[in-house]
Design a protein around this ligand. Structure first.
Ligand code: GTP
Ligand code: MG
Length: 222
């Protein structure tokens, strides 16, 4: 199948403190690679990956990998608004990176209204648990994720554990949001794009319940 064909494009942002492993997660997911010494991100980098969310429905995932360093914040902020989803990442060995999750979330929330960004919280570097370096318990992270209304996944870009799962969980969450109308397609917003008219036909064919017709299908694809 031609991989350049897609029915939807989702723009997804990677957020979290510097060195938590945002770029490493993307490298693992898109190239199945891990680098012990990887350059710190300067401003924003771009990655692309394709995922079939259900038979015949191919999504182009366009990732914005932001720099966690404070000095790039004015650049990275400009990417929040046109993101439909995000991985909010902390490092399970760094208490400070976990403490900052609330701040990252609040900052995005404030700046994207009236839109919302659907998040998954990722506890990164889970390979370090076996070396006794965990500084944030799973229970604590799950509790915070619950308060912020997002699922929690523990992953390791180094071993690859749960990396695909984290990205796919987010993608499916966005796709479901699109079908249910939770994700609203407003004029002048680029978080989601649809390739017309194929997407609508496939979407309709895939839905068994007429009541689950997306509210926004006309804007998206018609
Ligand atoms: N042990 C371990 N180290 C990791 C893991 N993921 C990333 N690292 C290491 O952590 C360091 C930082 O990784 P990056 O992916 O550059 O972190 P980042 O969040 O993109 O950082 P910024 O670009 O500065 O925002 C690198 O030395 C990686 O090799 C992991 O799952 N386990
Ligand atoms: Mg980076």
């Amino acid at each position: 199948m031609d991989l350049t064909l897609w029915q939807y494009q989702f723009r997804i942002i990677m957020l979290g403190d510097s060195t938590v492993g945002k770029s490493s997660l993307l490298k693992r997911y898109t190239e199945d690679l891990f680098l012990e010494s990887i350059n710190q991100t300067v401003g924003v980098d771009f990655y692309v990956h394709f995922l079939e969310v259900e038979p015949g429905v191919r999504v182009k995932l366009q990732f914005w990998d932001t720099a966690g360093q404070e000095r790039f914040r004015s650049v990275t902020r400009s990417y929040y608004r046109n993101s439909v989803g995000g991985l909010l990442v902390f490092d399970i060995t760094s208490r400070a990176s976990f403490d900052h999750v609330k701040e990252w979330h609040a900052e995005v929330h404030e700046r994207v209204q009236p839109h919302t960004v659907l998040f998954v919280l990722v506890g990164q570097k889970i390979d370090q648990h076996a070396h006794g370096k965990r500084a944030v318990s799973r229970e604590e992270a799950e509790k915070l994720a619950g308060q912020l209304g997002m699922p929690y996944v523990e992953a390791s870009a180094k071993t690859g554990q749960n990396v695909r799962e984290a990205f796919e969980l987010l993608t499916r969450r966005i796709y479901q949001g699109l079908l249910s109308g939770e994700v609203k397609l407003l004029e002048g917003w680029d978080g989601v794009k649809c390739a017309a008219p194929q997407a609508l036909q496939l979407q309709r064919a895939s839905m068994s319940q007429p009541s689950s017709t997306p509210k926004n299908d006309k804007k998206c694809c018609g």
